[in-house]
Design a protein. Structure first.
Length: 280
């Protein structure tokens, strides 16, 4: 009876495995743990069967019962090995599926960021303005005495000057705030300078996509101005910051076409950017 019961349990276990697809085989779940426990139980019973002589033989045929017991042990051992191999195969499938899931999530996040930036760039290129950020509510106004001259609001020139000083100290947050203040105050002829300052501050903060938008805005303000090459180089570097190497090289090619006589530090920066982007 011990041998028959063991065979019956093994048959039930094999039937249960046949109904389990690889996608459902969660090795670390309760089912996986139960499978491993049953394999251990079967091994213990096989060892007991070996030590105890297995199935009890009839008095008239002792040798036949002994042979049947040996065959049963071998069959059970083979089945246990099959179960262990199935367990290992399902564990490997689960590891592969989890790794693929992590890779797909990372690629999806990168594609989402690239698509968002390119849509904004497309809107600018077709003449449609990109959606403006809603104004941020400020603190409630409070009645104060007439301010002293030193507390007067900064002019556009003063904001840009202070922002450049902060940028030199690598205080990128202060430089960004000064640039945005200058842009809000309608800088007029200094609009390109304010947008360049904003792009430099955002690059320092590694906000590459918004930096690209700021450089693109600076370039569109004056495409033939003295600082237009600076804006194009900044745009190419921002493209490289979030992995858009092809767009970076296209920008640098346009720079070479529009400003063939570029020289000095700007030419050096353009050459360095082309080298890092591995442009042809």
């Amino acid at each position: 009876m011990a041998g028959i019961t063991l065979v019956f349990r093994l048959a039930l276990l094999g039937f249960g495995l046949a109904l389990t697809t690889p996608a459902e085989a969660q090795v670390e779940s309760r089912e996986g743990i139960a499978l491993q426990n049953q394999i251990l139980d079967l091994r213990r019973e096989i060892d007991a069967l070996r030590r105890g002589g297995g199935v009890v033989a009839a008095p008239s045929a002792p040798s036949r019962g002994s042979a049947a017991s040996g065959d049963l042990v071998q069959q059970l051992l083979g089945r246990v090995q099959e179960l262990e191999e199935e367990n290992r195969r399902q564990r490997g499938q689960l590891d592969v599926a989890e790794n693929n899931d992590r890779q797909l999530r990372a690629e999806l996040e990168k594609l989402r960021g690239d698509l968002d930036f390119r849509l904004q760039a497309l809107e600018r290129g077709t003449g449609r303005p990109a959606p403006a950020r809603p104004p941020q509510p400020g603190p409630p106004a409070q009645a104060q005495p007439a301010p002293a001259p030193s507390n007067a609001p900064r002019t556009v020139d003063k904001a840009i000057s202070d922002g450049r000083a902060a940028l030199a100290q690598r205080d990128f947050a202060t430089a960004e705030a000064a640039a945005r203040e200058a842009i809000r105050n309608r800088p007029g002829a200094r609009a390109q300078d304010a947008s360049l300052l904003l792009g430099d501050a955002l690059m320092g903060r590694r906000d590459f996509q918004n930096a690209a938008l700021a450089y693109d805005e600076a370039y569109s303000r004056n495409r033939q101005g003295a600082r237009a090459p600076e804006a194009m180089i900044g745009l190419a570097n921002a493209f490289q910051g979030f992995g858009a190497r092809r767009e970076a090289c296209e920008t640098l090619d346009n720079l070479r076409s529009n400003f063939p006589n570029l020289a000095g530090p700007q030419a050096d920066r353009a050459a360095d950017s082309r080298r890092r982007a591995q442009c042809r």
